[in-house]
Design a binder for this molecule. Structure first.
Ligand code: ZN
Ligand code: ZN
Length: 152
C-alpha cells in the first residue's frame, strides 16, 4: 500500500490513514509465517513543514519456540515513528528518516522493515521453557527422560 504524501508536505495538518498489508503480500517473507493481515493505524503530521509519520502495526505470526520448537502464536502491537524527508542533505544515511523523492510513501515496505528489524531473534513459548533433551530430543516440558539430571 502506497500513500501519496505530496499534499501532506505542502499543507500543515494531521492526516490519519488506515491500511492493511494483506497475507498475499506477506507470503514472500521467508522465515516469517504471518497468519493474519497486518493492520496499520497511520498518522502523518506536518508541523511547520516538518513531516512525521507515526503508526502502529498489529501483527499475528506463527513462530516456533527457540528451545522446544513448539509452534506459538505471537500477537504484537508496536508503534513506530519516522521523519519524512523529500531528500537528505549530503547523502546522509539515517534510519530515522524516510526519504520520499517522488512523494510516495510505501507503507508496506516501511512497516515490514520496521517490524522485521525489531523482531526478537529468540522467542520462547514460556520464559522457563525447558527445551528439548540434548541427548534424546524429548520435550522436557512434557516428559522427563532422565538424561539431564546430571547437568547444571
Ligand atoms: Zn518452548
Ligand atoms: Zn533425554
Amino acid at each position: 500500500m502506497t500513500i501519496n504524501v505530496s499534499d501532506i508536505f505542502e499543507n500543515v495538518g494531521e492526516y490519519p490513514y488506515k491500511a492493511e498489508i494483506s497475507l498475499e503480500e506477506l507470503k514472500g517473507l521467508k522465515g516469517f509465517e504471518f497468519i493474519s493481515p497486518i493492520s496499520l493505524d497511520i498518522l502523518f503530521r506536518n508541523r511547520a513543514g516538518i513531516v512525521t509519520l507515526e503508526y502502529s502495526a498489529e501483527s499475528e505470526l506463527s513462530v516456533k519456540c527457540d528451545r522446544c520448537l513448539k509452534p506459538i502464536i505471537r500477537r504484537e502491537k508496536k508503534s513506530f515513528e519516522h521523519v519524512m524527508a523529500h531528500s537528505l542533505a549530503n547523502g546522509d544515511e539515517n534510519d530515522d528518516y524516510i526519504v520520499v523523492p517522488d512523494y510516495v510513501a510505501d507503507m508496506t515496505e516501511i512497516a515490514l522493515t520496521d517490524i522485521l528489524l525489531e523482531f526478537p531473534s529468540k522467542i520462547l513459548c514460556t520464559d522457563d521453557c525447558k527445551g528439548l533433551c540434548p541427548v534424546c530430543g524429548t520435550d522436557l516440558n512434557e516428559t522427563d527422560c532422565g538424561h539431564t539430571h546430571s547437568e547444571d
